[in-house]
Write a protein that binds this ligand. Sequence first.
Ligand code: FAD
Length: 345
Amino acid sequence: MTDALVLITRLADGAPSDSAAELLGAAALLGEPVAVVPVAASADAPSTDAPPAAPDSLAAALGALGAARVLLVAVDGLGAVATTPEVAALAAAVAAGTESGTAPAVVLLAHTAEGREIAGRLAVRLGAPIAYDAVGAAREGDRTVVRHSVLGGDYAVDSSIASARDGEPVAGPLIVTIRPGAVGERAAAVDARLEHLAASGGALHGARIEAVHPAAATGRPALRGAKVVVAGGRGLGKEGFGVAERLADRLGGAVGASRAAVDAGYVEGAAQVGQTGTTVAPDLYIALGISGAIQHRAGMQTAKTIVAINTDRDAPIFDVADFGLVGDALEIVPQLIAELDARGR
Ligand code: FAD
């Protein structure tokens, strides 16, 4: 079985970030999951990165998520230079695999702003093909087939790489960014083998990170990757937007919004869902007072279950909703919360 490398980024406390389970689950569909964890090469370098991980606990945590091997790659500039250290770490992992005769078939990253940039830079550095914003992946024979959701989610498109272009073999591996929340499969827990590697250093070019300011804690899950998202639109009005927040809190979900709601100042820009906001694929997406413009649907249409509440029975959001209620969200949502309370759910 060929290796499927996964870039593991870490939270402020050093633990694997939320995307790790999904990426390793996707990797297990394609080969042997190998977690690549960049770590700072020199402890005295100024860095905003997570604290040095305790290797054994990191290996245990990633093994529980299905990583057969955990590759700690020491790299210069981590947390001090944006994205190029991660590119260097992945390039070193690919090179090490190729030299030892186990060239990886794929490299998987989360389709986040950071993941997209790392993927693009890595593709250029390796001269390797890239499949962007995947919602699924499978191995068919010796080919990796990647699924994309396009044109606002109306079509699913499968892509794979040709083995040759202009008579020349296409360099691998295939680099794939996975849309957070889109892949439901999870890998079985294993005892991960811990390995160490050093990325050859040198000056790393890239934007220098002066400081990191974490967003104020809300106690809610992050929008990207949340299992439940309650999103509000212009129809709620500024005073009414709180019903979306109350329902989100009642369901333990994240708060999302249409661009119109963001532009009107009901909620901060980070909550925007859609073409120019965050793309989400939760188990449950509740749209309150959102018309369902194509730019909004592009960011939520792959949610597993969509519930819409809108006063306009012809609103396009109902075209993609599994359950629709025609009515005033400001009246319905408080009743819904009261009913949940009454049922003790
Ligand atoms: P409206 O379209 O004004 O809809 C409000 C809805 O609320 C209506 O359907 C109305 O019937 C309903 N309503 C009113 N009162 C109530 C009530 N009391 N209870 C229930 N329902 C009620 N939009 C995004 O969301 N995300 C994006 O990323 C995005 N990117 C864009 C990129 C480009 C290049 C462009 C041109 C546009 C983009 N837009 C995006 C904007 C998009 O086209 C729409 O304008 C926007 O999504 C509309 O937001 P809305 O549904 O909240 O508002």
